[in-house]
Design a protein around this ligand. Sequence first.
Ligand code: GLC
Ligand code: MG
Length: 251
Amino acid sequence: MKIPKLSKNKLLESDRLLISDIDNTLLGDRVALKELMDYLQSSEIAFGIATGRSIASAQQVLEEWKVSPPDLWITSVGSEIHYGDAVQADLDWREYINDRWQPELVREAIAKLSGIKLQSAEGQRTHKISYLVDPTKSPSIGEIQAYLKQHQLQVQAIYSHQDFLDILPLRASKGDAVSYCLNKWNFAMENILVAGDSGNDEQMLTSGANAVVVGNYSSELEKLRGQDRVYFAEGDYAQGILEAIAHDQGR
Ligand code: GLC
Ligand code: MG
Protein backbone atom coordinates (compact mmCIF):
# COMPACT_ATOMS: atom_id res chain seq x y z
CA MET A 1 0.00 0.00 0.00
CA LYS A 2 1.40 3.41 -0.98
CA ILE A 3 1.16 5.96 1.82
CA PRO A 4 0.78 9.47 0.36
CA LYS A 5 2.99 12.18 1.84
CA LEU A 6 0.82 14.49 3.87
CA SER A 7 1.95 17.79 5.27
CA LYS A 8 0.39 19.18 8.45
CA ASN A 9 -2.36 16.62 8.79
CA LYS A 10 -3.73 15.44 12.12
CA LEU A 11 -4.20 11.95 10.62
CA LEU A 12 -0.44 11.57 11.10
CA GLU A 13 -0.19 12.83 14.65
CA SER A 14 -3.42 11.99 16.33
CA ASP A 15 -4.77 8.74 17.71
CA ARG A 16 -8.37 9.97 17.83
CA LEU A 17 -10.63 10.78 14.90
CA LEU A 18 -14.13 12.17 14.37
CA ILE A 19 -15.78 11.37 11.04
CA SER A 20 -19.08 13.11 10.38
CA ASP A 21 -21.63 13.12 7.60
CA ILE A 22 -22.25 16.67 6.31
CA ASP A 23 -25.92 17.32 5.47
CA ASN A 24 -28.30 17.24 8.43
CA THR A 25 -25.53 15.97 10.72
CA LEU A 26 -22.66 18.48 10.83
CA LEU A 27 -24.75 21.24 9.26
CA GLY A 28 -28.06 22.52 10.56
CA ASP A 29 -27.29 24.46 13.74
CA ARG A 30 -24.67 27.21 13.32
CA VAL A 31 -24.16 27.83 17.05
CA ALA A 32 -23.52 24.17 17.86
CA LEU A 33 -21.32 23.84 14.77
CA LYS A 34 -19.12 26.73 15.93
CA GLU A 35 -18.82 25.11 19.35
CA LEU A 36 -17.82 21.80 17.76
CA MET A 37 -15.24 23.46 15.48
CA ASP A 38 -13.71 25.38 18.41
CA TYR A 39 -13.53 22.15 20.39
CA LEU A 40 -11.85 20.24 17.56
CA GLN A 41 -9.34 23.01 16.93
CA SER A 42 -8.26 23.09 20.54
CA SER A 43 -7.96 19.29 20.66
CA GLU A 44 -5.71 16.66 19.16
CA ILE A 45 -8.64 14.98 17.44
CA ALA A 46 -8.32 14.51 13.66
CA PHE A 47 -11.41 15.48 11.67
CA GLY A 48 -12.97 13.76 8.68
CA ILE A 49 -16.18 14.11 6.72
CA ALA A 50 -18.11 11.34 4.95
CA THR A 51 -20.75 12.57 2.53
CA GLY A 52 -22.92 11.73 -0.48
CA ARG A 53 -21.78 14.99 -2.08
CA SER A 54 -19.00 15.20 -4.63
CA ILE A 55 -15.67 16.65 -3.48
CA ALA A 56 -16.34 20.03 -5.15
CA SER A 57 -19.79 20.31 -3.64
CA ALA A 58 -18.47 19.28 -0.19
CA GLN A 59 -15.72 21.92 -0.37
CA GLN A 60 -18.24 24.57 -1.31
CA VAL A 61 -20.76 23.82 1.42
CA LEU A 62 -18.12 23.52 4.15
CA GLU A 63 -16.78 26.91 3.15
CA GLU A 64 -20.27 28.43 3.25
CA TRP A 65 -20.73 27.08 6.78
CA LYS A 66 -17.20 28.07 7.86
CA VAL A 67 -16.22 24.53 8.74
CA SER A 68 -12.47 24.06 9.25
CA PRO A 69 -10.92 22.10 6.35
CA PRO A 70 -11.02 18.39 7.19
CA ASP A 71 -7.95 16.17 7.43
CA LEU A 72 -9.91 13.44 5.64
CA TRP A 73 -12.56 13.73 2.91
CA ILE A 74 -14.73 10.69 2.17
CA THR A 75 -17.07 11.84 -0.62
CA SER A 76 -19.55 10.52 -3.17
CA VAL A 77 -20.91 7.99 -0.60
CA GLY A 78 -17.47 6.52 0.09
CA SER A 79 -16.45 6.05 -3.53
CA GLU A 80 -13.75 8.77 -3.29
CA ILE A 81 -11.17 9.57 -0.59
CA HIS A 82 -9.00 12.71 -0.39
CA TYR A 83 -6.65 14.12 2.25
CA GLY A 84 -6.02 17.48 3.85
CA ASP A 85 -5.84 21.07 2.64
CA ALA A 86 -4.30 19.98 -0.65
CA VAL A 87 -7.25 17.62 -1.21
CA GLN A 88 -4.95 14.84 -2.36
CA ALA A 89 -6.78 11.89 -3.96
CA ASP A 90 -6.25 8.35 -2.63
CA LEU A 91 -5.54 6.52 -5.89
CA ASP A 92 -5.14 3.13 -4.21
CA TRP A 93 -8.75 3.32 -3.06
CA ARG A 94 -9.91 4.20 -6.54
CA GLU A 95 -8.16 1.19 -7.98
CA TYR A 96 -9.32 -1.15 -5.22
CA ILE A 97 -13.03 -0.36 -5.59
CA ASN A 98 -13.00 -0.63 -9.38
CA ASP A 99 -13.24 -4.41 -9.02
CA ARG A 100 -16.33 -5.83 -10.82
CA TRP A 101 -17.67 -2.33 -11.58
CA GLN A 102 -19.77 -2.26 -14.74
CA PRO A 103 -21.51 1.12 -14.76
CA GLU A 104 -22.99 0.79 -18.28
CA LEU A 105 -24.74 -2.46 -17.39
CA VAL A 106 -26.05 -0.95 -14.15
CA ARG A 107 -27.54 2.04 -15.97
CA GLU A 108 -29.15 -0.22 -18.59
CA ALA A 109 -30.68 -2.53 -15.98
CA ILE A 110 -32.06 0.26 -13.78
CA ALA A 111 -33.47 2.19 -16.75
CA LYS A 112 -36.05 -0.61 -17.05
CA LEU A 113 -37.46 0.00 -13.55
CA SER A 114 -40.33 2.41 -12.91
CA GLY A 115 -40.26 5.32 -10.45
CA ILE A 116 -36.47 5.72 -10.66
CA LYS A 117 -34.71 8.41 -12.68
CA LEU A 118 -31.09 9.50 -12.94
CA GLN A 119 -30.01 12.51 -10.86
CA SER A 120 -28.38 15.43 -12.70
CA ALA A 121 -24.77 15.21 -13.91
CA GLU A 122 -23.48 16.56 -10.58
CA GLY A 123 -24.62 13.35 -8.83
CA GLN A 124 -22.88 11.01 -11.31
CA ARG A 125 -19.27 10.05 -10.59
CA THR A 126 -16.88 7.41 -11.93
CA HIS A 127 -17.80 5.04 -9.10
CA LYS A 128 -21.28 6.29 -8.17
CA ILE A 129 -24.52 6.22 -10.15
CA SER A 130 -27.29 8.12 -8.40
CA TYR A 131 -31.04 8.23 -8.89
CA LEU A 132 -34.10 10.03 -7.59
CA VAL A 133 -36.78 7.65 -6.42
CA ASP A 134 -40.53 7.98 -6.25
CA PRO A 135 -41.28 5.30 -3.63
CA THR A 136 -44.98 5.18 -4.59
CA LYS A 137 -44.00 3.97 -8.07
CA SER A 138 -40.63 2.24 -7.65
CA PRO A 139 -39.87 -1.32 -6.47
CA SER A 140 -38.71 -1.54 -2.83
CA ILE A 141 -34.99 -1.37 -2.03
CA GLY A 142 -35.02 -5.13 -1.35
CA GLU A 143 -36.59 -5.79 -4.77
CA ILE A 144 -34.03 -3.51 -6.47
CA GLN A 145 -31.17 -5.35 -4.76
CA ALA A 146 -32.60 -8.73 -5.80
CA TYR A 147 -33.12 -7.49 -9.37
CA LEU A 148 -29.49 -6.33 -9.66
CA LYS A 149 -28.30 -9.66 -8.30
CA GLN A 150 -30.39 -11.56 -10.88
CA HIS A 151 -28.59 -9.51 -13.54
CA GLN A 152 -25.24 -10.60 -12.06
CA LEU A 153 -24.44 -7.03 -11.08
CA GLN A 154 -22.39 -7.15 -7.90
CA VAL A 155 -22.89 -3.68 -6.47
CA GLN A 156 -24.10 -1.90 -3.36
CA ALA A 157 -27.52 -0.27 -3.66
CA ILE A 158 -28.03 2.34 -0.93
CA TYR A 159 -31.28 4.12 -0.17
CA SER A 160 -31.45 7.47 1.72
CA HIS A 161 -34.35 9.65 2.88
CA GLN A 162 -36.79 7.52 0.77
CA ASP A 163 -35.65 9.80 -2.07
CA PHE A 164 -32.17 8.89 -3.22
CA LEU A 165 -30.76 5.65 -4.56
CA ASP A 166 -26.99 5.29 -4.99
CA ILE A 167 -25.39 2.39 -6.84
CA LEU A 168 -21.75 1.88 -5.87
CA PRO A 169 -19.09 -0.73 -6.55
CA LEU A 170 -19.35 -3.73 -4.25
CA ARG A 171 -16.31 -2.59 -2.26
CA ALA A 172 -17.41 1.04 -1.76
CA SER A 173 -19.64 2.62 0.87
CA LYS A 174 -19.03 5.18 3.59
CA GLY A 175 -18.49 2.26 5.98
CA ASP A 176 -15.96 0.54 3.73
CA ALA A 177 -14.11 3.82 3.16
CA VAL A 178 -13.98 4.48 6.91
CA SER A 179 -12.61 0.97 7.61
CA TYR A 180 -9.98 1.40 4.87
CA CYS A 181 -8.84 4.75 6.33
CA LEU A 182 -8.66 3.43 9.90
CA ASN A 183 -6.46 0.63 8.69
CA LYS A 184 -4.31 2.81 6.44
CA TRP A 185 -3.71 5.51 9.06
CA ASN A 186 -3.52 3.12 11.96
CA PHE A 187 -6.43 4.19 14.17
CA ALA A 188 -7.96 1.85 16.74
CA MET A 189 -11.74 1.36 16.37
CA GLU A 190 -12.40 2.44 19.96
CA ASN A 191 -10.78 5.84 19.32
CA ILE A 192 -13.10 6.75 16.46
CA LEU A 193 -16.45 8.51 16.59
CA VAL A 194 -18.65 8.48 13.48
CA ALA A 195 -21.79 10.62 13.15
CA GLY A 196 -24.72 10.41 10.75
CA ASP A 197 -28.44 10.91 10.17
CA SER A 198 -29.62 8.82 7.21
CA GLY A 199 -29.43 5.63 5.10
CA ASN A 200 -26.09 6.21 3.41
CA ASP A 201 -24.52 6.49 6.90
CA GLU A 202 -25.73 3.07 8.04
CA GLN A 203 -22.62 1.04 7.16
CA MET A 204 -20.24 3.46 8.84
CA LEU A 205 -22.47 3.70 11.93
CA THR A 206 -22.38 -0.09 12.32
CA SER A 207 -18.72 -0.57 11.37
CA GLY A 208 -17.70 -1.15 15.00
CA ALA A 209 -16.52 2.39 15.81
CA ASN A 210 -18.34 4.47 18.42
CA ALA A 211 -21.28 5.94 16.54
CA VAL A 212 -23.81 8.71 17.05
CA VAL A 213 -27.16 9.07 15.30
CA VAL A 214 -28.15 12.73 15.67
CA GLY A 215 -31.59 13.62 17.08
CA ASN A 216 -32.99 14.72 13.69
CA TYR A 217 -32.30 11.32 12.04
CA SER A 218 -34.19 9.86 9.13
CA SER A 219 -36.56 6.90 9.78
CA GLU A 220 -34.45 4.31 7.91
CA LEU A 221 -31.94 4.44 10.83
CA GLU A 222 -34.54 3.54 13.47
CA LYS A 223 -33.46 -0.11 13.15
CA LEU A 224 -30.03 0.75 14.64
CA ARG A 225 -31.57 1.60 18.02
CA GLY A 226 -30.21 -0.67 20.74
CA GLN A 227 -27.18 -1.76 18.67
CA ASP A 228 -23.89 -2.01 20.46
CA ARG A 229 -21.83 1.23 20.33
CA VAL A 230 -24.59 3.20 18.55
CA TYR A 231 -25.67 6.21 20.60
CA PHE A 232 -28.93 7.98 19.72
CA ALA A 233 -28.45 11.65 20.70
CA GLU A 234 -31.24 13.88 21.98
CA GLY A 235 -29.66 16.92 20.33
CA ASP A 236 -29.99 17.67 16.64
CA TYR A 237 -27.14 18.24 14.13
CA ALA A 238 -23.75 19.26 15.64
CA GLN A 239 -25.36 19.43 19.08
CA GLY A 240 -25.89 15.67 18.85
CA ILE A 241 -22.19 15.20 18.02
CA LEU A 242 -21.11 17.32 21.00
CA GLU A 243 -23.44 15.27 23.19
CA ALA A 244 -21.85 12.03 21.94
CA ILE A 245 -18.33 13.32 22.59
CA ALA A 246 -19.33 14.13 26.18
CA HIS A 247 -20.99 10.71 26.48
CA ASP A 248 -17.88 8.89 25.18
CA GLN A 249 -15.63 10.82 27.54
CA GLY A 250 -17.85 9.74 30.42
CA ARG A 251 -17.44 6.01 29.67
C1 GLC B 1 -26.10 13.61 -1.82
C2 GLC B 1 -25.62 13.38 -3.25
C3 GLC B 1 -26.58 12.51 -4.02
C4 GLC B 1 -26.85 11.21 -3.25
C5 GLC B 1 -27.35 11.54 -1.83
C6 GLC B 1 -27.57 10.30 -0.98
O1 GLC B 1 -27.26 14.36 -1.82
O2 GLC B 1 -25.50 14.63 -3.92
O3 GLC B 1 -26.04 12.20 -5.30
O4 GLC B 1 -27.79 10.42 -3.91
O5 GLC B 1 -26.39 12.35 -1.19
O6 GLC B 1 -26.40 9.57 -0.79
MG1 MG C 1 -26.93 13.34 6.01
